[in-house]
Write a protein that binds this ligand. Structure first.
Ligand SMILES: [Cu+2]
Length: 215
């Protein structure tokens, strides 16, 4: 009996020390000079059964290190004045979270707000670059949206549940990470007829799939 008790004690000690060894990795990259956070820190909705993944599941699998910002980016930041200090926020006007959309065409309208310090999405015709909004439907590649004065449409969206993520970006595609910059909604498409086969939906071939429209 004595031996068994001793063995249990040993196992308990081993488990305890293994747990405390994992603990420090929770605080890798606590912000850095850009204010970036690990993607594990992204908000998870505890009330949604689809958000089963927790932020700690992958804690031990990845490690990140911070490197200095490339000189080219520093130069571009300098040439933009105050804009890099902006705190742009986005808001979905249409569709709203958990909306049901009738048909395979989904009209999207976003409102830009916050402390903009001159930040405005637009494409410079000379350089073909400029501030833009990143739009991500489900797991598709992102689409860049340069003109918030017009809404746009997602077309050929399959029936069923979808997730739409948006966030403001700099001309070199670096996102703004302040509170309210990133927005995510879910919506459901019904009676669209695009079918599950619309996995061919491709945001990169934007002109056919995302159509700008006037107000
Ligand atoms: Cu981009």
């Amino acid at each position: 009996m004595k031996t068994t008790e001793f063995f249990i004690l040993l196992v308990a000690l081993a488990v305890f020390s293994a747990c405390s060894a994992i603990e420090p990795s929770h605080n890798m990259n606590p912000g850095g000079h850009t204010g970036e956070k690990n993607i594990r820190d992204a908000p998870v909705n505890p009330h949604d059964p689809e958000d089963k993944h927790t932020t700690d599941n992958h804690a031990a699998e990845h490690s990140f290190s911070e490197i200095e910002r490339p000189q080219k980016i520093k130069d571009m930041m300098g040439s933009r004045g105050e804009q890099d200090m902006a705190n742009p926020t986005l808001k979905f006007i249409e569709p709203t979270n958990n909306a049901t959309v009738n048909g395979s065409t989904v009209k999207v309208r976003l409102e830009l707000g916050g402390d903009l310090k001159g930040y405005k999405p637009m494409k410079d015709p000379q350089t073909q670059m400029g501030n833009h909004i990143h739009i991500i439907l489900d797991n598709q590649p992102y689409e860049a949206h340069y003109n918030l004065d017009t809404g746009f449409e997602l077309r050929n969206v399959a029936d069923g549940k979808h997730t739409l993520r948006v966030f403001p970006s700099r001309p070199w595609h670096e996102s703004y990470k302040n509170n309210g910059a990133f927005q995510m909604i879910r919506f459901t498409v019904k009676n669209g007829g695009a079918g599950r086969g619309a996995s061919a939906f491709n945001l990169q071939s934007s002109e056919r799939r995302i159509q700008r429209r006037g107000r």
